[in-house]
Design a protein around this ligand. Structure first.
Ligand SMILES: Cc1cc2nc3c(=O)[nH]c(=O)nc-3n(C[C@H](O)[C@H](O)[C@H](O)COP(=O)(O)OP(=O)(O)OC[C@H]3O[C@@H](n4cnc5c(N)ncnc54)[C@H](O)[C@@H]3O)c2cc1C
Length: 436
C-alpha cells in the first residue's frame, strides 16, 4: 500500500460496495447443447434481459467470463438518473430539442422502469430519490443550462430547476461551482445490492447463469449461432451482447464502437456527523460539467463520501489515482482536508463515439451497449428492451434502437490515445474556467 497519509489503516483496494456484497462465482451449472437465447455478460443489462425473457417463457442462458456482477454493475457510483445521460449531450448543444425529445422520453422511461422494478420486487438496495445537482464549471455552462431546462422538464420529466451561484449552498456545502441545475427526478442506490437483487430474482426463477465461462467465439450457422466456451459449444437461436465496458475480441464490430474508459472512485472514512451533514444538505448526488468530470454522493448510511471521477484517462492502478481523486475532493470540499480514505477502486465505462447508449441488431447479434457513464437505469432498461424485441409483439420501438452505431476508421478498440484526450480535456477545462 502507498505510504501517503490519505490512506486509512484499514484501506482496501476494492469497491466499498463489496463490503456488503462481493461478486462471487455461482455453483457450476451444466451447459445445455442448445438454448433459445444466449446472453453474454451478467451485469444489469444481461440479467434484466434474462428476467424479461423468462417472464415470456423464453429459455435463456447467461454466460459471464468472470463472477456475475464483476463489471460496472457492482462498481459504479450508484447514482441513478433518467434523462441526464442524454441531457448531457443535449446540454452540450450536440442535439436540437426536437432531436433530443424521443431519447429524453425513453431516458425518463428508464428511470420509471428501475424505480418500479425495485419497488415491485422489493429489492433492498437503499433506493433514495433525493435528486441530483449538476454543478456548472464556468459561467457559459450555467448559461447553457438556463436555455435547456424547459426541454429537460418537458420530455424527460426531470423536475429540473436552476440554482444560481448565490443559492448554491442550499444544495452543496461548497462554493466550487458557478451555480448549477437540480434534477429532482434522480436517486441513489447501493449498486452492488441492486445487482444482488437482480441476481436473486434470476436464481429464484431458475434462470441458468454460468460464471467463469467466457464466450471465446461466435459463429453463425444458418439461422443459429454456435457459441464456443471452454466448457463446450452451445447452439443458440439468438445471442445478446451485454458486455459494455468489457467488450472484447469476440465481437470486434462492437469493440470498435465502444471505448472502455477507466473510472475511479474512493470512499472516505466515516466523517464527523457535522461535516458529513454539511456536504449534501438534501442528500443530493453530484456531478459537474467539467470534461474531466467528477461525481459523488454520500454512502447509504450518510457517514462517508463516495467520490469518483476521471482521475486518469486510460487504465491504471486505483491506488495511484486515489491521491488525485482526494485532491479533486478537497478542491470541492476543503472541509475534508485531512480525511483519510478506506477504499479505492476502478471499473470500465463504455463510451460511444456519439456519446449515446445503443441497442439493436448488428450482424444478426442483438446488443445493448454504451452507457457513457450513466448505465444503472439505462442498461437495465436496454437489456429489458432487447428482450422485448426478441419476444416480439410490441408496437413501440425504443429510441435508442437506431440503425446507426458509429465507428471510426482510426479506432479498432485500442485505447492508446486516451491519455492525449485527457490532456486535451484538461486544457479545455482550464480555458473554460479562465475565460468564461
Ligand atoms: C467506476 C464506475 C462508476 C459508475 N458510476 C455510475 C453511476 O453512478 N451511475 C450510473 O448510472 N452508471 C454508472 N456507471 C456505469 C454503470 O455501472 C454501467 O453502465 C453498468 O453497470 C453496465 O452494466 P452492463 O450490464 O451493461 O455491463 P457490466 O456490468 O459491465 O457487465 C459486463 C459483463 O460482461 C462480461 N463479459 C465481457 N466479455 C465477456 C465474454 N467474452 N464472455 C462472457 N462474459 C463477458 C464481463 O465479465 C462483465 O461482467 C459507472 C461505471 C463505473 C465503472
Amino acid at each position: 500500500m502507498a505510504k501517503s497519509t490519505i490512506f486509512h489503516p484499514d484501506f482496501k483496494a476494492k469497491p466499498f460496495w463489496w463490503d456488503a456484497y462481493e461478486p462471487q462465482p455461482l455453483p457450476e451449472v451444466p451447459l445445455p447443447k442448445e438454448v433459445r437465447v444466449v446472453i453474454v455478460g451478467a451485469g444489469y443489462a444481461g440479467l434484466s434481459a434474462a428476467l424479461e425473457l423468462h417472464r415470456s417463457g423464453i429459455e435463456c442462458l447467461v454466460l459471464d467470463a468472470n463472477e456475475p456482477g464483476y463489471g460496472g454493475s457492482s462498481r459504479n457510483g450508484g447514482m441513478v438518473s433518467g434523462g441526464v445521460n442524454v441531457g448531457k449531450r443535449y446540454l452540450s448543444k450536440a442535439m436540437t430539442p426536437n432531436e433530443a425529445a424521443p431519447f429524453l422520453t425513453d431516458a425518463a422511461d428508464a428511470f420509471s422502469h428501475i424505480e418500479e422494478l425495485i419497488e415491485r420486487e422489493k429489492i433492498d438496495c437503499a433506493w433514495t430519490k433525493s435528486g441530483y445537482f449538476l454543478g456548472a464549471w464556468c459561467k457559459s455552462h450555467y448559461d447553457s443550462m438556463v436555455s435547456k431546462m424547459d426541454t429537460l422538464n418537458e420530455h424527460a420529466q426531470s423536475e429540473a430547476y436552476l440554482v444560481p451561484p448565490d443559492r448554491q449552498r442550499e444544495e452543496i456545502g461548497s462554493d466550487y461551482y458557478r451555480g448549477g441545475i437540480v434534477i429532482g427526478r434522480a436517486a441513489i442506490i447501493h449498486p452492488a445490492l441492486y445487482f444482488k437483487g437482480l441476481l436473486d430474482l434470476c436464481t429464484a426463477r431458475d434462470i441458468r447463469i454460468a460464471s467463469k465461462t467466457p464466450v471465446n467465439k461466435l459463429t453463425q450457422s444458418g439461422s443459429h449461432w454456435m457459441v464456443d466456451t471452454p466448457r463446450g459449444t452451445i447452439k443458440a437461436g439468438d445471442v445478446i451482447i451485454a458486455t459494455n465496458g468489457y467488450t472484447g475480441d469476440v465481437t470486434p464490430q462492437f469493440k470498435r464502437r465502444v471505448v472502455p474508459v477507466g473510472s475511479y472512485i474512493i470512499a472516505t472514512e466515516e466523517l464527523p456527523p457535522d461535516i458529513a451533514a454539511s456536504l449534501s444538505p438534501k442528500n443530493r448526488s453530484f456531478a459537474d460539467t467539467r470534461r474531466v468530470l467528477t461525481y459523488y454522493r454520500m454512502s447509504p448510511d450518510g457517514k462517508r463520501l463516495i467520490f469518483g471521477g476521471r482521475a486518469k484517462f486510460g487504465h491504471t492502478d486505483p491506488v495511484e489515482t486515489a491521491s488525485i481523486l482526494h485532491e479533486f475532493m478537497t478542491d470541492r470540499f476543503p472541509q475534508l482536508k485531512g480525511t483519510s480514505i478506506t477504499h479505492a477502486w476502478t471499473g470500465n465505462v463504455a463510451f460511444t463515439l456519439d456519446e449515446m447508449p445503443h441497442m439493436g441488431k448488428m450482424d444478426n447479434l442483438h446488443f445493448a451497449l454504451g452507457c457513457n457513464g450513466s448505465g444503472v437505469a439505462m442498461m437495465t432498461y436496454l437489456g429489458h428492451q432487447t428482450a422485448k424485441k426478441i419476444i416480439g409483439g410490441g408496437n413501440t420501438i425504443c429510441a435508442f434502437d437506431q440503425p446507426e452505431f458509429p465507428d471510426h476508421p482510426l479506432y479498432n478498440g485500442s485505447t492508446w490515445f486516451l491519455p492525449w484526450i485527457g490532456r486535451y480535456f484538461r486544457t479545455l477545462d482550464w480555458v473554460d474556467r479562465k475565460f468564461s
